[in-house]
Design a protein around this ligand. Structure first.
Ligand SMILES: Cc1cc2nc3c(=O)[nH]c(=O)nc-3n(C[C@H](O)[C@H](O)[C@H](O)COP(=O)(O)OP(=O)(O)OC[C@H]3O[C@@H](n4cnc5c(N)ncnc54)[C@H](O)[C@@H]3O)c2cc1C
Length: 421
């Protein structure tokens, strides 16, 4: 039992939680941020549309963002039975273009955000899994976890649920609505640690293997950790019913070299489904609580700007608490809870609109032409970079003749998947 009543407890030290913790701690509030992972938890590199320099500098990570940006690595496309095997690389053309759309090393960036929050005075406990929020006197008053010492409660004047896809509080309170399916694909993934993957990946980049009716993505994470994602059209995946393991093993098994690498590697995650639907909370605040980031809403993993929304919504929750503290000397939530909900929805819509406007330009049409499969998630950031920075595709091998032929072969192979018969 924590003897202390904290001002604010935040569950989840991802970008939304770390942003809120940082801003609250800067105001001298007693903030405890907890995460079940030992940070940094492994994260795939992501695009970073819509990050605001003003917020990054408020958080003290405006310098760090540049260290977290990566020059895009090549992507290798490979067909079954040697149909094709080529790499695409994109070169950013200059440094004056900022970081919109660049590839962000999330593991590094998330760690910088936490470090900065701690530097500003937030207390940070990692490796602590919260089981539930404590409901008392008609509001949320803290969190409960189980440790080797037994059940432990931590109390606070206000809590922020920033638990990402766990959506801990929204699930507890039944606030989450599942929206529409994102597309007609079905995907499962797992993580492995092994040395044999290096020979399958192009110099730190990703590999896309086209298999019968689907494809496999191999994405390097930090160290020797690799994410292996098996993707298939719903119509084909239906054959496997709920047997994720069979679906995964059959899809990745089509590539013998990958099968061998997996056989010699250590599996560090179970085979999990990839989220393929939107979700949104009916309320983002209530007595004693706020819900931010992906715990509040999830719209699209690839082209929207979940990271920017996570940070913006973390800022909004923090600012609302700070205003209450400065105006009233307490952390009582705003009288008008509906206004807060509306502000969060507006943030989400704004971010989505920005992403769609960006993609709806001429870039999107060229993007479709540029990608073997327009639905391929991992190529999207690379192709966008290509369009943004005006860099041409660079094939390893003969530039035009061979590249065009290879792309045509790849398109035809992937088109079987995109429009399954
Ligand atoms: C496959 C995929 C690709 C994506 N690509 C992009 C992209 O390219 N660009 C982009 O902008 N966005 C992308 N997103 C969205 C982006 O990753 C999220 O919007 C962002 O990470 C949300 O940040 P967050 O802080 O809300 O949650 P998270 O970053 O998920 O952090 C949540 C934290 O809560 C912790 N936690 C969870 N449950 C508990 C518990 N019970 N107890 C304690 N701690 C807990 C977790 O360990 C985690 O550290 C992608 C998402 C997915 C799934």
């Amino acid at each position: 039992m924590s003897p202390r009543l904290h001002d604010v407890i935040i569950v989840g030290a991802g970008p939304s939680g770390a942003t809120a913790a940082n801003l609250l701690a800067q105001q001298g509030l007693d903030v405890l941020i907890v995460d079940r992972s030992q940070q940094p938890s492994a994260q795939l590199p992501q695009t970073c549309l819509g990050l605001r320099t003003s917020l990054l500098s408020k958080l003290g990570v405006d310098g760090e963002i540049f260290a977290a940006l990566e020059v895009p690595k090549p992507v290798r496309f490979l067909g079954a039975e040697g149909g094709f095997d080529f790499q695409i690389a994109v070169e950013p053309s200059g440094s004056d273009t900022g970081y919109q759309g660049m590839r962000l090393n999330r593991t590094y960036f998330d760690q910088s955000l936490i470090q900065s929050a701690v530097h500003h005075g937030a207390a940070y406990f990692c490796g602590l899994q919260i089981e539930q929020f404590i409901e008392q006197e008609g509001g949320i008053r803290g969190v409960r976890c189980r440790t080797v010492r037994g059940v432990e409660d931590y109390h606070a004047r206000a809590v922020i649920d920033a638990s990402g896809k766990s959506a801990l509080l929204a699930n507890q309170l039944g606030l989450r609505d599942e929206g529409q399916k994102l597309d007609d694909r079905n995907a499962v993934f797992s993580h492995y640690i092994g040395t044999d993957f290096a020979q399958l990946l192009p110099n730190g980049g990703m590999t896309v293997f086209a298999s019968e009716g689907g494809y496999v993505l191999l994405a390097p994470m930090s160290g020797q950790r690799v994410s292996v994602i098996a993707v298939m059209a719903d119509s084909q995946a239906a054959f496997y019913g709920n047997d994720r393991k069979l679906f995964f093993e059959t899809t990745v098994g089509a590539w013998q070299a990958l099968r061998c690498a997996i056989g010699r590697a250590q599996q560090v995650l179970p085979i999990l489904p990839v989220i393929n639907h939107t979700s949104i909370c009916r309320h983002f605040n209530g007595p004693g609580y706020f819900i931010v980031g992906e715990a509040a809403a999830f719209s699209d993993p690839f082209i929207s700007n979940g990271l920017a929304f996570a940070m913006d919504s973390g800022e909004l929750a923090a600012q609302t608490l700070i205003d209450a503290w400065q105006d009233q000397g307490d952390l009582i939530l705003p009288r008008d809870r509906t206004a807060y909900d509306r502000q969060t929805r507006e943030l989400l819509q704004l971010r989505q609109q920005e992403a769609h406007d960006w993609l709806d330009g001429i870039a999107a049409r060229r993007l479709v032409m540029a990608c073997a499969d327009p639905h391929l998630p991992w190529i999207v950031p690379f192709a966008l970079l290509n369009l943004l920075f005006g860099a041409g595709f660079k094939y390893e091998g003969e530039l035009n003749r061979q590249g065009t032929a290879l792309l045509a072969a790849a398109r035809s192979e992937y088109s079987n998947f995109v429009s399954p018969v």
